[in-house]
Each structure stands twice: as structure tokens, then as C-alpha cells.
Design a protein around this ligand. Structure first.
Ligand code: SF4
Length: 62
């Protein structure tokens, strides 16, 4: 893919305004633990799928 998961993380982080970043960051940490695994992100069941630039560029969607 043109964008790695790590770059997608940075991209998503940039979407949140600074005042929301703290709570958003906690949720992103949780997302990373439960859904967005670096090796194999579970994009089909991810709540951020519409926001995230990764799935459209990935062929791993089943
Ligand atoms: S859509 Fe996929 S790559 Fe994007 S945040 Fe969700 S699990 Fe991660």
C-alpha cells in the first residue's frame, strides 16, 4: 500500500483538533490494541474505516 499503518496512525492523529487529541489518543491506543494491529489490522470491523486512508489502499480486506 502507498500508506503504511504507521502513516495511517499519524494521518488519523492529525484529523483530531488538539483539544480532542487526549481522549482521541486514548481511544486510538485502545483501537490499536483491539482492532488496528500493526501486523494485521482488522479493518472490516473497525469503527474508523470510513475515516482511515488505509483500507482503500490495502488488498487485505476480505
Ligand atoms: S481501518 Fe484498518 S488500518 Fe484504519 S484504523 Fe481501522 S483497523 Fe486500522
Amino acid at each position: 500500500p502507498a500508506m503504511t499503518v504507521e502513516q495511517a496512525h499519524d494521518h488519523l492523529a492529525a484529523l483530531f483538533p488538539p483539544e480532542d487529541y487526549g481522549p482521541a489518543h486514548l481511544n486510538l491506543i485502545r483501537l490499536g490494541r483491539e482492532v488496528c494491529h500493526a501486523r494485521k489490522p482488522d479493518c472490516p470491523r473497525c469503527p474508523l474505516r470510513d475515516l482511515c486512508p488505509y483500507p482503500a489502499q490495502s488488498n487485505e480486506i476480505e
